[in-house]
Design a binder for this molecule. Structure first.
Ligand code: ATP
Length: 360
């Protein structure tokens, strides 16, 4: 099992800083995801770990060994690409065996060893029986499994997955992300996963690093980055949130008190920051608000009129007009709110997030 550590890594292409002083550590056996919008530097970071790119600045370590300048084939990583990059003229068996055959002498493998390992890898990804097919005779999901088997068969120290599910349809994507998570845990292989899909990242990862414009903004467990985002970019990228701007008035025990002109109210919330500037933003996720009959002192009370109702199957989404703004609220799918109806809601202060009103 291998730990991966990046220290102050910077990669520049001409005038573009693709990766800007990025540092993080992936624990051994962990599934660590780089999450961010297109062009934020995720793939470049992954390629630096693989050794396909050498950073201008900074260092990369596998355990305590520095690998910054080590050739890719000496690192024993395996990468799965978005487009799978299978050899079209080779059968499934030969595609999976390829990585072993080129290292055959180095690893001292017989044809029988290779056969055994390929069988093991194909069983792992549930592709037994398809050994003699060519990639074009497989579905997208099956091709993706071949790519995964080809990566796993060499028993890499680090598995690198670059948007591995983005070419699959929505249903298959959910199925495959479950399978990748199971496999990764079963094999205990240190994995770095790249995606721009926040749901995929939250569902699959032990920890997530959120990137934007080459910078790593925050990393932590999915719940941590979701419930304690350090800035507006992270809060907004990781889910829906009603963002309201206001003035920080001070602390009431561990809660930050904020005057929100748009709600004509003072709101209490928690913050990942010990110090807050006077201009802050309050993030209220749509699912934390609950219907309430009575007003509880020192909790956040919000009253509004239903403006729009959308039934989404697993929940009801409501647009709520308050005096000066409008909020998105998720209600249980057993409720039947109607347009024009008044709703009284509580937004529990432990789930309301207060952060500086900054996106960077
Ligand atoms: P995507 O999800 O679209 O692949 P990403 O987050 O993986 O995006 P990168 O591919 O790492 O982002 O790119 C980061 C920045 O570096 C982008 O502005 C990109 O245009 C630039 N870049 C990446 N590779 C090169 C290259 N070989 N030459 C020049 N610029 C590059």
């Amino acid at each position: 099992m291998t730990r991966v550590r990046l220290e102050n890594v910077t990669k520049v292409y001409g005038s573009v800083i693709a990766v800007d002083h990025v540092s993080f550590e992936v624990e051994s056996g962990e599934l660590f995801t780089l999450l961010g919008p297109s062009g934020c530097g995720k793939t470049t970071t992954l390629r630096i770990i693989a050794g396909f790119e050498v950073p201008e600045e900074g260092k990369v370590y596998f355990d305590d060994e520095e690998v910054t300048f080590l050739k890719p084939y000496l690192r024993n990583t395996a990468m799965v690409f978005q487009n799978y990059a299978l050899w079209p003229h080779m059968t499934v068996y030969d595609n999976v065996a390829y990585g072993l055959r080129i290292r055959r002498k180095q690893l001292g493998l017989s044809e029988e060893d290779i056969r055994r390992k390929v069988k093991w890898a194909l069983e792992l990804v549930k592709l037994e029986g398809l050994e003699n097919r060519y990639p074009l005779q497989l579905s997208g999901g099956q091709q993706q499994r071949v790519a995964l088997a080809r990566a796993l068969v060499v028993e890499p120290r680090v598995l690198l997955l670059d948007e591995p599910l983005s070419n699959l349809d929505a249903k298959l994507r959910i199925e495959m992300r479950e399978e990748i998570k199971r496999l990764q845990k079963k094999l205990g292989i240190t994995t770095v996963y790249v995606t721009h899909d926040q749901l995929e990242a939250m569902s699959i990862s032990d920890r997530i690093a959120v990137m934007n414009k080459g910078k790593l903004l925050q990393y932590g467990a999915p719940r941590e980055v979701y419930f304690r985002p350090i800035n507006l970019f992270v809060a907004d990228f990781l889910g829906r949130g009603n963002i309201l701007y206001g003035e920080f008035l001070g602390w009431e025990n561990e809660y930050a008190l904020v005057r929100i002109p748009d709600l004509d109210a003072d709101i209490l919330g928690v913050s990942p920051h010990k110090d807050l500037p006077s201009k802050v933003a309050v993030v209220i996720r749509p699912e934390i608000m609950k219907i309430t009959e009575s007003r509880v002192p020192r909790d956040n009370y919000i009253v509004g009129k239903v403006d729009l109702v959308m039934f989404l199957g697993d929940r009801v989404e409501v647009r709520l007009s308050t005096s000066k703004t409008s909020l998105v609220v998720y209600l249980p799918n057993t409720m039947y709110p109607t347009v024009g109806q008044e709703l009284k809601l509580v937004a529990p202060k432990d789930n309301v997030i207060v952060i500086p009103a900054r996106w960077e």
